[in-house]
Ligand binder design. Structure first.
Ligand code: FES
Length: 118
């Protein structure tokens, strides 16, 4: 149900932001991960156990594979292709020598989980 929201320009910093509503806050529960498709981008929404909701680019930084087959155990995201692991709360790669997930800013507003895809 992703929905584009009006763009915001941060005063004085010229940073464009494009928050997109991915879902209602009640649609994601702690310990859950959901992959969304927003136009040509994929977004991995993760709520680690005991943590806060995070959003990452929905492709693995190893070989740019979609994380549609990834597994989430409530703490770590594991890519289904070659099993690189990522910290769900930070996106940091837990596999030695690997790169982390690309984070997106998240905000909870008007009962929605919104992600900045700019
Ligand atoms: S593509 Fe994800 S671990 Fe290789």
């Amino acid at each position: 149900m992703a929905r584009l929201l009006p763009e915001t320009v941060e005063k004085g910093r010229f940073k464009k932001m494009a928050f997109v509503a991915l879902c209602q806050t009640g649609e994601l529960t702690e310990g859950q991960m959901v992959l969304f498709r927003v136009e040509r981008k994929s977004v991995l929404l993760v709520w680690p156990s005991g943590g806060t909701i995070q959003a990452y680019r929905g492709r693995c930084p190893h070989q740019d594979v979609p994380l549609s087959d990834a597994h989430f155990d409530g703490k770590a995201v594991t890519c289904g292709a070659h099993h690189w692991c990522f910290d769900g709360g930070t996106g940091a790669c837990l596999t030695p020598g690997g790169r982390g997930l690309k984070p997106y800013a998240v905000r909870l507003e008007a009962g929605e989980i919104q992600v900045d895809l700019a």
